[in-house]
Design a protein around this ligand. Structure first.
Ligand code: PMP
Length: 353
């Protein structure tokens, strides 16, 4: 007998690399290439640092109210966490306690199986179809909950609201979580379904479309009862998860809708232009509505391109996993960054082929 027999052993999630070098083109973790809204900078500059001696507001009122205002819901319908990873992990723990497996796609955000493992929740994956779409009929089997991103990651594909609603309607006896980390880049949100379905939790993040990955802010919106359950679990772990700067700066970001529209619009325009250029080089990809493109080349192995790019200080994401090992996930950066990437690829494809 050893103390190690009593350890909760897990294989942790592996996040994309955060290299120490700064003079690189970083297209590997879907961050926003633009800075946060100007109001965030102004607030950061005028923040009274002596306020840090106090615990932050445990109800994160300022941020919850800003989000409730923006999304036209009641403050009691909003749960905030330290990144949507925190919200999702809490949601797994709170809602997925049946004996049946939780369902999610086989190709999806690779944190879902890790949370299932760490919280000891049985799970089962449902294969995406050959065009990378969710098959709603797969979600009609007995289960202990459902979660999927929309748009999905790493494919970037979005499912219609009809598909999302079909899945929710077939699963009224469990909680269905729609992870909308990338919805602001052209997806369709399930927020409009909240009035009809009390078992729906929509989760979003400030890390992509609000350019604040470094602040770690995520949120979930659902009916008030469901949010109360989430808060009960959260307050049973730690009353003060979100620090004061995150609360103040997050609220500032939500208030500037014009800037939000401007940067998401720019990223969408860049994405569509890059799709055309990648196609000219022979790449194919699902038609992304997210801030990344999931691309494969018919004659050059993905891993080889990944390594060549890395040597040129251009970081993208590659997984050595079934079904997706021939794909690269390329985050949409600024036009200038994407031009450097495309110039490299033009040269590389010409050289290798
Ligand atoms: N959901 C999906 C689908 C994601 O790709 C990510 C980003 N890794 C997250 C959630 C978590 O993002 P964050 O914790 O930064 O909000």
């Amino acid at each position: 007998m050893s103390w190690e027999d009593n350890v909760r052993k897990v294989v942790p999630y592996v996040a994309g690399e955060q290299p120490r070098k700064t003079d690189i083109i970083k297209l590997n973790t879907n961050e926003c290439p633009y800075p946060p809204a100007p109001g965030v900078g102004r607030m950061a500059a005028q923040m009274d640092y002596s306020a840090l001696r106090l615990y932050p507001d445990q109800n994160t009122t300022i941020l919850v109210e800003a989000l409730a205002d923006y999304y036209h819901v009641k403050p009691g319908q909003v749960f905030v966490g330290v990144g949507s990873d925190d919200v999702l992990s809490m949601a797994f723990m709170t809602f997925f306690n049946g004996g049946s497996p939780v369902l999610f796609p086989d190709v999806t955000y690779s944190f879902y199986d890790v949370w299932a493992e760490v919280h000891r929740i049985p799970y089962k994956t449902c294969p995406l179809d050959e065009n990378w779409h969710i098959r709603p009929e797969d979600y009609r089997q007995p289960n202990g909950g459902v979660i999927f991103p929309n748009p999905n990651a790493p494919t970037g594909l979005t499912e219609s609201l009809e598909t999302v609603e079909r899945i929710i309607r077939a699963n009224r006896d469990v909680v269905v979580i729609v992870d909308e980390a990338y919805v602001d880049f052209g997806g369709v949100s399930a927020l409009g379904l909240l009035e009809k379905y009390d078992n729906l939790l929509v989760v979003q993040t400030f890390s992509k479309s609000r350019a604040m990955a470094g602040m770690r802010i995520g949120f979930g919106i659902g009916n008030e009862k469901l949010i109360r359950y989430l808060n009960d679990v959260k307050f049973s772990f730690n009353s003060y998860t979100m620090n004061l700067p995150s609360q103040l700066l997050g609220a500032e970001a939500v208030r500037d809708e014009a800037y939000f529209r401007e940067i998401t619009g720019k990223i969408i325009a860049t994405r569509e232009r890059v799709k055309g250029e990648l196609r000219k080089l022979g790449f194919t990809f699902p038609d992304s509505r997210a801030n990344f493109i999931f691309a494969t080349h018919p004659s050059i192995p993905a891993k080889q391109i990944f390594q060549a790019l890395r040597e040129a200080d251009i970081y993208v994401r590659h997984w050595d996993k079934p079904r997706i090992s021939e794909y690269l996930r390329i985050t949409i950066g600024t036009d200038e960054q994407m031009d450097t990437l495309l110039a490299f690829l033009r040269d590389y494809v010409a050289r290798v082929l």
